[in-house]
Design a protein around this ligand. Structure first.
Ligand code: ADP
Length: 263
């Protein structure tokens, strides 16, 4: 049996192809998401890498913000369900997932069997998401993937007081023009996002072990800062952008009925 999980986020498109609900045949990430060619390109690349023709797929589950736009999928499941399942398959001991993507952040409590116990999500305010880091990286003239490298040199994090991304961007521009070190501003912007998400996580209740997933967990300083803010050891999932797609491919293999978290 061959299944595919297609996770269409706001910033990236991810596909995992699985054999017999166990063996990963291929996985792809394309750094553009819903409303772009990203989902179909990621799907085509994953099929080619797995040497599988679309007709050979037994079941396709789509997840993520853009899941309803992927016509080839037989089922759509929420990314909450899929992240919980994907993380549980990789790290069965984990009880809390912090997922920070391009347009939202979620804290998910998971049962030992990988089902969702509870979750909380911020999809209203960009300040607690990867988007904030994308905007500030542009001002700092670095790629978002280089932000941690810049920030790690900081001796004194700049305080970012604005609670809104648009105002924070003006604040950062002003700090830089007044001579605040770039490295200190970079550390300050990472701290700002992490602090917001930590506040969200505390509301769902913390049950260790905790893992970070999503694109922002590729930033090692964000992971370190999250550990500091929560006073807990923080780990990341292997291939942390792909846990939702992995969960979708696993659930495609199991064809689980929809849970209450599914929209
Ligand atoms: P979504 O699933 O919502 O599309 P992702 O989980 O792919 O989002 O996360 C996207 C965010 O991850 C981006 O907005 C960016 O801030 C961050 N990001 C992406 N790649 C990297 C990287 N290499 N290093 C650090 N951060 C990254």
């Amino acid at each position: 049996m061959i299944t595919a999980g297609v996770d269409i986020g706001s910033s990236s498109s991810k596909v995992v192809i699985l054999q017999d609900g166990a063996k990963i045949l291929s996985q792809t990430v394309i750094p553009v998401g819903a409303g772009t060619s990203g989902p179909s390109r990621a799907f085509a690349q994953a099929l080619a890498a797995a040497q599988v023709h679309e007709d050979q797929l037994d079941y396709i589950v789509a997840t993520g913000y853009g899941r309803r736009t992927f016509a080839a999928a037989q089922q759509q499941l929420s990314e909450i369900t899929c992240h919980a399942c994907g993380v549980n398959a990789l790290l069965p001991e984990v009880r809390t997932i912090i997922d920070i993507g391009g347009q939202d952040a979620k804290a998910i409590r998971v049962h030992a069997n990988g089902t969702v116990a509870s979750f909380i999500m911020n999809d209203k305010c960009a300040a607690g998401t990867g988007r904030f880091l994308d905007v500030m990286s542009r001002v700092l003239e670095v790629e978002v993937g280089e932000l941690a490298q810049l920030a790690v040199e900081s001796k004194q994090e700049a305080a970012i007081s604005s609670t809104c991304t648009v105002f924070a961007e003006s604040e950062v521009i002003s700090q830089l023009s007044l001579g605040t070190n770039q490295t200190d501003v970079a550390a300050g912007v990472i701290r700002s996002v992490v602090r917001r998400v930590a506040g969200l996580v505390k509301r769902v209740g913390l049950e260790p072990p905790i893992v970070m997933t999503g694109g922002v967990s590729l930033n090692p300083l964000a992971v370190q800062f999250m550990g500091q803010e929560l006073h807990l050891e923080m780990q990341t999932a292997p291939d942390p952008q792909l846990t939702g797609a992995l969960g979708a491919a696993l659930l495609a293999a199991r064809r689980l009925p929809k849970s209450s978290a599914d929209g």
